[in-house]
Structure formats: structure tokens, C-alpha cells
Design a protein around this ligand. Sequence first.
Ligand code: DX5
Ligand code: ZN
Length: 218
Amino acid sequence: MIKIAPSILSANFANLVSDVRIIEEAGADMIHIDVMDGHFVPNITIGAPVVKSLRKVTDLTFDVHLMIENSEQYVKDFVKAGANIITVHAEASKHIHRLLQMIRNEGVKAGLALNPATPINVIEHVLDDLDMILIMSVNPGFGGQKFIPSIYNKISSLKEYLQSMDITIPIQVDGGIGLDNIKQVCECGAEIIVSGSAIFNSDNVKDTIRLMKKADED
Ligand code: DX5
Ligand code: ZN
């Protein structure tokens, strides 16, 4: 069954606890937390203090997506704050191998994110150091953007590549996913779906998550 990771970027920041309760009750598998620094991406969101506060109110897995420069400098802070998975961008560090090892050495799972224009072969030499691969289906920085259609093929190619190597690292896809396209994204090989605006802007957040979770059933 696919996993749903609601992105709190589109939640109500003035009432995060209530939104967290709603996604918990709907059966969300993790919370996707988008961290942006205004340098790597043209937007600023939240940092470790907010993650730390949220950690006190929920046991859900914290899937922290770092869209920041100098991730090396902040990994420890996010681990201390309660992150369970830390995903860094292939484009944001000169030393990806070292960075992924640093994340694992802190005792959490390590994910690697690829921007839409980044080829999948960048993962080739770090496959042993990865717990998740995040394929961006929008250019990172904002919620509510449109899914880039060429990413369907990118997901399928990655899935085929991993299968050919007998590797079972889960593929997460992030950006522009809603009830209208989630099935297609899953058919390409995605196992963890990030969704922000399609969940939090829907009339019934719980129903939307429940329907999304069934997207890979027939
Ligand atoms: C984009 C973020 C996404 C975003 C997804 O930079 O990484 O997680 O919040 O939001 P939607 O689902 O609205 O595209
Ligand atoms: Zn994200």
C-alpha cells in the first residue's frame, strides 16, 4: 500500500496542532516538513524550533525535506528536534556522500532529493547510503504548483533501474499531486506520496487522505 505524507506547508501555521490531529486521524503515514532558507529556493518557511514543538504533540514520523544550503550545518539540529527522516538535495551540497553518511550516523534515515532537471544517475554511487529517493515533480520552493508531466517517465525509469539492480529503496514523489493524478504517479512506481495543497485546501482533509491511500488499489 502506498504511503501518504501530507506536507504541512499548506496547513494553517497558526493552528498546526489541529491540522496534525486531522491528518493523524485520517491515517497519514508521516508528516512532510518543508524547510526552506530563501537561498537554495526562493522562499523561507520553518526551522528546527517548530519541528521541536511539533515533536511534543505527535508520534507521527517526521519526514524533513531540507531545501537549504549548508545542510551539513543543520542536520544535528533537526535530529535533536525530532526528525526521523532527513532528505537533502543533490544540487545543494558538494559532498553528498559525506552528508548522507552524516545523517545516518545521527541515527535517522537519509533521503536524497532530485530537482526536476537533475538526472537520476546522480544516485548511482550513493545507493548504499540511501533510505529514500525523493523525485521532485515541481521546482521546489512553493506549494500549489502543477505536476511537471515529464516526471512520470523519470519515476518509471528510476523504478526500472532500481528493480534491475534488485534494490528496494522507496521512491517518494513531491509536488503537484492530488486525487486527479495520484494513481498515475503510483503506477509509475512511487511508494510515498507527498501532497500539500490538494490535502489542506480540500473540503474534507480526512476523506482526501483516505482516498489517496487507496489510489493504488483497483
Ligand atoms: C515544494 C515542497 C512540497 C510542497 C508540495 O517545494 O517540497 O512538499 O509543499 O505541495 P503541493 O502538494 O501543493 O505541490
Ligand atoms: Zn517537500
